[in-house]
Design a protein around this ligand. Structure first.
Ligand code: 5FX
Length: 558
């Protein structure tokens, strides 16, 4: 039997560098929450002038970036906040983190020297101002690389072939197409770049004071890695840009140690010099860890800036839709995922337009409208959607005579608007019917054994009720909705343990038989909807998928 205990009195720190904020969560050796902090980019770092953490470039269709230095400054600020909260940095045994997936950072030639000689008397941001060959990092919301996606797919033998090889067909937000765009359109930036990091490996690099590897899980979000070999794919690299492998560095498993914390942080914040930095990974993989998802029939739904649906499998079948990544806490398994760009910002937009900018009114509308919404179906895309690939726009249909019994002679009629309460139900039902439809098509369990909901909107009971009715299973929630930073803190402990043991140890070893006593426990929030309603929703879903297909044929990208 492995000794899975963590040293008494030690602490584990997890970050989440997400689209709109940087969060930090600290767990103790019993995996209980000690403290947490957050820096909101728009309000707490207003000098960068971001809206929702990003710049939406008006001059180039679909280009969405974030200022790289803002993430650097946020790291220093969140550490200052933790220090003010009297956190004893000296007790932190290991740190890991989560980054928004796909986003990339371009380190200028010579920056490795800057990174390894940071002066602890000065803020990071004053020393790294000149370290990047472009100051703006493309992020996951960007949709400006359709051309590069098609070129890469063609070069490797088609979209399905690329998906079988790398776990996904080419997607605009994926790092490979983003790198190719920079190489083709801004070659001087590409040529000046000595290292390309993901948001996750970028933040880890700051903490170790040298370039951190890209972890194999987040690396699968680039269209560059062979998911079976967990190694860079030569053919995908060649299809993307020249001399790319040397700019990417090596891959490492998510549980590996990236290095010791840099002297900069030891001197400035009084970390212990033996504090380990465990590889950072993507936000969705970290959530998977934080939700302790380890049963193939379980589905997680994360309701944040993006909405994602994910689960685990040992036998992935990559298709044109959805994504396959290595499981970040298992050396052999995989995680499967769907991703929607229109998540919380779109729910908020509908709330602002139709529910008097109030969540109370929004929930009241949701509760007072009947399930199935009288056959009213809505597609709400405030941003260019990923799944399905559709441009900005709202589309509304009424299924005349629909009662949920059958679809015979049911025709849809496009309308301009619904009454305000039906708009609210239509956005919520629309989002979850789409998830159910695409999850089934992707081969995810149907119905799932259970759903674990996380992210900001998982605190909304009215929304959870709709999920239970549409999917037909119990819905659980976690104590804390920021499962990505919690998962990162747990992974810090896991990496520490693997390092101590000298080999990979299953993560469940850390919480086996005591999950209920930790901050990772989840609780039943809503029981499954009744069966007849679930099958009526099945029909509505079928109709919705048909309409969606027509919309894609009419308006979508290839
Ligand atoms: C996943 O593929 C995504 O693009 C998003 O969920 C980002 O990770 C959000 F940060």
């Amino acid at each position: 039997m492995e000794d899975c205990s963590l040293p008494h009195d030690s602490l584990f720190l997890g970050f989440d560098s997400s689209t709109q904020s940087l969060k930090a969560t600290v767990l103790d050796s019993n995996l209980n929450l000690v403290t947490s902090e957050i820096v909101h980019f728009d309000s707490q770092l207003p000098h960068y002038g971001t809206k929702d953490g990003v710049y939406r470039d008006a001059s180039e269709n679909g280009r969405i970036v974030s200022p790289t230095l803002m993430w650097v400054e946020a790291l220093e600020l969140v550490l200052q906040k933790l220090s003010k909260s009297k956190l004893d940095f000296g007790k932190i045994a290991a740190i890991s983190g989560s980054g928004q997936q796909h986003g990339s950072v371009y380190w200028k030639s010579g920056s490795s020297a800057i990174l390894s000689s940071l002066d602890p008397s000065k803020p990071l941001v004053d020393q790294l101002g000149d370290a990047f060959s472009t100051k703006e990092s493309p992020i996951w919301m960007d949709s400006s690389t359709t051309e590069q996606c098609r070129e890469i797919e063609k070069a490797v033998g088609g979209a399905l072939e690329l998906s079988r090889l790398t776990g996904s067909r080419a997607h605009e937000r994926y790092t490979g197409p983003q790198i190719r765009k920079i190489f083709l359109k801004l070659p001087e930036i590409y040529n000046q770049t000595e290292r390309i990091s993901l948001v996750s490996s970028f933040m880890a690099s700051l903490l170790i004071g040298s370039y951190a590897c890209i972890d194999e899980t987040d690396g699968a979000g680039m269209n560059l890695m062979d998911i079976k070999q967990r190694a860079w794919s030569k053919i995908a690299l060649e299809a993307t840009a020249p001399s790319l492998e040397e700019k990417l560095g090596k891959l490492a498993p998510a549980h590996a140690v990236a290095g010791f914390i840099a002297p900069y942080f030891v001197e400035r914040f009084h970390f212990n010099k033996n504090c380990l930095i465990v590889q950072w990974s993507g936000d969705n993989p970290n959530s998977l860890a934080g939700l302790t998802l380890n049963t193939p029939g379980d589905l997680a739904i994360s309701l944040g800036t993006s909405d994602t649906v994910f689960g685990i499998t040992s036998n992935p079948q990559p298709r044109l839709e959805g994504h396959v990544f290595p499981n970040p806490v298992d050396t052999e398994g995989y995680m499967v995922m769907l991703c929607y760009k229109n998540g919380s910002l779109t729910r908020e937009d509908v709330r602002n337009r139709f529910a008097k900018e109030s969540w109370e009114v929004f929930n009241e509308f949701l509760e007072k409208t009947p399930p199935l919404n009288g056959g009213k179906i809505g597609f709400y895309y405030k941003d260019h959607e990923i799944l399905p690939p559709l441009p900005v726009g709202f589309h509304r249909y009424v299924l005349q005579g629909f009662t949920g019994e059958n679809l015979d002679r049911i025709n849809e009629c496009e309308v301009e608007e619904f009454d305000p309460s039906s708009e609210v139900r239509a956005v919520i039902e629309g989002q979850f019917l789409s998830m159910r439809g695409h999850a089934e098509r992707f081969g995810m369990p149907s119905p799932p054994k259970r759903i674990i909901a996380t992210g900001g909107a998982s605190a909304n009971h009215s929304i959870l009720k709709s999920i239970a009715s549409i999917f037909g299973c119990d819905v659980y929630t976690v104590q804390r909705p920021d499962s990505a930073s919690l998962g990162a803190a747990l992974r810090a402990a896991h990496g520490w343990l693997c390092n101590k043991t000298g080999k990979f140890v299953p993560i469940s070893c850390l919480y086996k038989d005591k999950l209920e006593k930790t901050s990772l426990s989840c609780k039943l929030a809503v029981t499954a909807g009744d069966k007849p309603l679930v099958s009526k929703y099945g029909l509505l879903m079928k109709k919705r998928m048909e309409i969606e297909k027509h919309l894609v044929q009419k308006l979508g990208r290839a």
